[in-house]
Ligand binder design. Structure first.
Ligand code: PXL
Length: 275
């Protein structure tokens, strides 16, 4: 029987269809026992709402880690997303070191930036700490903006294969082992995902939809991790996740004024079918 236990560490945005409220249902739908460690609790996500609350759970992490160690709890996979503080990143690295079962797959989505900008509340110290966490991971899932912050390469909206190769080279120099680079568009009307696995480049292209939805990065990363842990291989998982994210965006386009996230729930059946 292949029934794997995964830990995902990211925030709970109570409202907004991102981070844990996306990762937990998607990973469960992928057939994984999904354990959660909330990095922070926010009333909503930070993109488009104002006046949100933010409860930082950094100081709970060492005690939670120590309890798991005492109970000999270990995970077959650990997947991190949006983290609550720079200090927390060191605690997450401790969890990587002590809560990994033999063969544990570690995936880091350095969820901290998009469209050329850091999310509110993040700074250079957070970016520097995130570089270390990325080097600890087996797979990283950055977008172009996050790759630029991690590597110091200038952010560009128009680019070619040489620019993408430079990002991959600099990420590899940082210690990233396998890289899933999302939102890479080489042609008008198309976008896709680059997979660098064991130094081998591959690319999965699909249509660029006219509506962009907040939270699709989290949907993408969660589906990728779910499919990867279910044994689909990095390219296979990247493709399954991309096809699923496209279905979520298409469904969301049918809704009126659903601006804060993507309706991933009604199309979960398509993800399950792909597995
Ligand atoms: O989707 C990434 C994300 C996760 N969590 C919070 C966010 C964002 C993006 O803005 O604000 C709280």
């Amino acid at each position: 029987m292949d029934y794997k236990k995964i830990l995902t560490i990211q925030d709970i945005s109570c409202v907004g269809q991102c981070s844990l409220t996306v990762a937990l249902p998607i990973l469960s739908a992928c057939g994984l026992e999904t354990c959660v460690l909330p990095s922070a609790v926010l009333s909503t996500h930070t993109a488009g709402f104002s006046g949100y609350t933010f409860r930082d759970l950094t100081e709970d992490m060492p005690q939670i880690r120590a309890h798991w160690e005492k109970e000999q709890i270990a995970f077959d996979a650990i997947y991190t997303g949006y983290l609550g503080s720079t200090k927390q990143i060191a605690y997450v690295r401790d969890i990587f070191a002590s809560a990994a079962a033999p063969g544990c797959v570690k995936v880091v989505d350095p969820a901290m930036a998009d469209n050329g900008n850091l999310y509110p509340g993040f700074d250079g110290a957070f970016v520097d700490a995130m570089k270390g966490l990325c080097a600890d991971a087996d797979y990283v899932v950055p977008n172009i903006t996050e790759s630029c912050f991690l590597t110091g390469v200038d952010y560009r909206t128009e680019y070619d294969r040489a620019y993408v190769d430079l990002l991959l080279e600099k990420l590899t120099e940082l210690g990233c082992k396998n890289i899933i680079l999302t939102g890479i568009s080489y042609k008008p009307g198309k976008t896709g995902v680059v997979v660098l696995e064991n130094g081998k480049y591959s690319y999965y292209e699909h249509d660029l939809l006219p509506n962009s939805c907040h939270g699709t990065g989290d949907i993408y990363a969660s589906a990728f991790v779910g499919a990867l842990v279910r044994g689909k291989g990095a390219y296979g998982a990247a493709k399954i996740a991309a096809d699923y994210a496209v279905e979520c965006i298409k469904y969301t386009a049918l809704l009126d004024n659903h601006w804060y996230g993507a309706a991933f729930e009604p199309v979960l059946g398509k993800l399950i079918a792909a597995l």
